[in-house]
Design a protein around this ligand. Structure first.
Ligand code: UTP
Length: 290
């Protein structure tokens, strides 16, 4: 019986859609209300039972390492000033028993390449991949926790999918699950960014995966695909010829925070349920749109 304890966070993309904000700041450090995107993803992973966090970074993503490290000066000052609540928030960013490892992707050669960079740290175990720019509000059970629960029974690779608008297939990996409309369906194919007329379905892959270590040998043999990058989708397409891979329609709402519109939607939605801000923010919003 295999257990998922490791998660890869590929954070080495350029974030060009958010320039100039992402010129010197990592996209994953953009806040939704008061927490950076990457922290939401880490909290989701920890909630799902992950204890080893593996970040695939590059030279301009140091802020992420600093965020999950302790900041002695800040903590000492908060302590001195009696700011207990803030101190707890700062200290709680990385829960006890959870460790971080960082590995560099030397150049942005695609998501598949970024995942492959973590091979030595993952070793021969199934693992999760979370893309922090897909922010998922899963409700009582986070999206990854739902997937980990499914993995307990299936013991094989699972990709999270959702129904997307038919005109948007060119932005996603699109799965083929035949005629199945089940919440969990076995893949017969997967294709990266197809034109709408070539898309096998309207089910797009979102940034949550559970993968078996066999994906690494597939990635090692994957040639550059869409955008000239090594695509994780192409390696999954080969993996499913060797072992079952499932598509899981998760419960919850996803915000595409890699795009400006999705980011703004997430900000509004999270502010509207923020314990301290909700009331005032709702009134400001109403007066803005009136
Ligand atoms: P995106 O397609 O969102 O690319 O990558 P991006 O570079 O981050 O953003 P844009 O499109 O230029 O605005 C999906 C995920 O894969 C990671 C990104 O950090 C993001 O989490 N990624 C992508 C890498 O880690 N390395 C890569 O070479 C490419």
């Amino acid at each position: 019986m295999m257990k998922i304890t490791k998660a890869i966070f590929p954070v080495a993309g350029l974030g060009t859609r958010f320039l100039p904000a992402t010129k010197a700041n990592p996209k994953e450090m953009l806040p939704i209300v008061d927490k950076p995107l990457i922290q939401y993803a880490v909290e989701e992973a920890v909630h799902a039972g992950i204890t080893e966090l593996i970040f695939v970074t590059n030279s301009s993503k140091r802020a992420i390492e600093d965020h999950f490290d302790s900041n002695f000066e800040l903590e000492a000052t908060l302590q001195e000033r009696g700011k207990k609540e803030l101190l707890d928030i700062v200290k709680g960013i990385l829960p006890e028993g959870v460790s971080c490892a960082y590995i560099r992707q030397k150049s942005p050669q695609g998501l598949g390449h970024a995942v492959l960079c973590a091979k030595q740290l993952v070793m021969n175990e199934p693992f999760a991949v979370l893309l922090a720019d897909d922010l998922i509000d899963g409700g009582p059970q986070s999206c990854l926790a739902q997937m980990v629960a499914c993995f307990k029974d299936l013991q094989t690779s699972i990709v999270a999918v959702e129904q997307i608008h038919p005109s948007e297939t060119g932005k996603y990996g699109i799965v083929d699950t035949g005629a199945s409309t089940d919440q969990m369906a076995r893949l017969s194919g997967i294709i990266e960014k197809p034109h709408p007329e070539q898309a096998p379905s309207n089910l797009g892959v979102v940034g949550r995966y559970i993968l078996t270590p066999r994906i690494f040998s597939q990635l090692e043999n994957t040639k550059r695909g869409s955008n000239g990058e090594i695509q994780l989708t192409d390696a999954i397409a080969k993996l499913l010829q060797e072992e079952p891979v499932y598509a899981y329609r998760f419960q919850g709402k996803r915000y595409d925070c890699g795009s400006k519109l999705g980011y703004l939607e997430a900000t509004v939605a999270y502010a509207l349920k923020h314990p301290e801000l909700a009331g005032d923010f709702k009134r400001s919003l109403e007066s803005l749109v009136a």
